[in-house]
Design a protein around this ligand. Structure first.
Ligand code: SF4
Ligand code: SF4
Length: 324
């Protein structure tokens, strides 16, 4: 059996997705028997010219992590698309925009001024911000362009499969590795390697009707949650009810609420709106015994609505900002 040719690449991401491949443990040692890595610049000494030199569609699968923020990332995403027969968006940044996508709350110039001029740790009296082209001593220096917004991979190129997670769990990565042969062989494979049901179905925490008795919402650091009971019932905003399962309940098992890195559920169009709507329904139940103002106070406890409800998904949301 011929080995599956793989190309890995990354865009706007932290590098954790590349490291997560190693989370499969000893199984990674078996990979050379089944896959042939032809490009992986983070792990091996590949340069972009190596990718450019490959024949179009000569690579079976391109696995891309990271969102698209710069012109270089956009060019490389298009190169991967040209060279690979199938493309997998790997990790929450590639699938939904991820943490880098929270920058879409601000305009491009606002971000540059904050990073290069206003941040308290800066010394930049000339107020210089990053330039795509700068001339100095007769030389022209170029940098990738900082694009107006963060985009998901499938907003830039066609994507065949999605592997969500920040990073994907070991079980999800193992499923992907076991599926590579089928993808390369053109067999029918799930488009999204995650559960179709919400995380609450696999969450080990007990659920009761006590949510109606919670009188306020807490931020995770404001109380030590009961490790056995549903976090939402204790007043901690947990997005498990609006998030695909498949991660192994990693955060809730560590007494932290789910923030939605496995993405929105099937048949929903906006992850944050879905979560807010469900939470508002819970708050509505409190109206029987709380004055209306108290309900607003409860909702005010969500200090950072975008950061809470769109932690990993802002670029994929219907919610749009004014472009700067
Ligand atoms: S809301 Fe969170 S803690 Fe509660 S059952 Fe769902 S995943 Fe578990
Ligand atoms: S609990 Fe939620 S945020 Fe945490 S890994 Fe699972 S899907 Fe991601």
């Amino acid at each position: 059996m011929s080995r599956v040719k793989l190309a890995f690449n990354w865009g706007a991401s932290c590098g954790g997705c590349d490291v997560s491949i190693l989370d499969v443990g000893r199984a990674v040692l078996d990979l050379p028997q089944t896959v042939d890595v032809v490009y992986w610049p983070v792990a091996l000494d590949y340069k972009r010219k190596d990718l450019e030199a490959l024949d179009d569609k000569s690579v079976d699968i391109g696995i891309v992590n990271g969102a698209v923020r710069t012109s270089e990332q956009e060019e490389e995403a298009k190169l991967i698309r040209a060279k690979c027969r199938y493309v997998v968006a790997y990790g929450s940044c590639a699938c939904f925009g991820g943490i880098p996508g929270l920058a879409n709350q601000f305009g491009r110039n606002e971000l540059l001024e904050r990073a290069y001029i206003e941040a308290p740790s800066n010394t930049n009296e000339a107020a210089v911000t990053v330039q795509s082209v700068s001339e100095r001593d007769g030389f022209s220096l170029t940098l990738p362009e900082f694009l107006p917004e963060v985009r998901t991979l499938d907003q830039v190129i066609e994507v065949n499969h999605f592997v969500p997670g920040c990073p994907p769990s070991t079980a999800t990565i193992t499923e992907l590795l076991e599926t590579l042969g089928a993808i390369a062989g053109g067999k029918t494979v799930k488009r999204i390697l995650a559960a179709d049901k919400c995380l609450c179905y696999e969450c080990p925490r007990g659920k009761t009707k006590e949510a109606k008795k919670a009188e306020k919402l807490y931020r995770p650091h404001e109380l030590i949650a009961d490790g056995e009971r549903c976090l939402l019932e204790q007043g901690i905003v947990c997005l498990g009810f609006a998030t695909r399962g498949g991660c192994g309940s990693r955060c809730v098992a560590a007494n932290m609420p789910c923030r939605g890195c496995y993405g929105r559920l099937p048949d929903t169009s906006d992850p944050g709106a879905e979560a807010m709507s469900a939470l508002a329904a819970v708050a509505g139940d409190w109206e029987d015994y709380l004055p209306t103002q108290k309900i607003f106070d409860v909702l005010d406890a969500v200090r950072d609505a975008v950061g809470t409800f769109y932690t990993f998904s802002l670029p994929s949301a219907l919610l749009k900002r004014e472009r700067g």
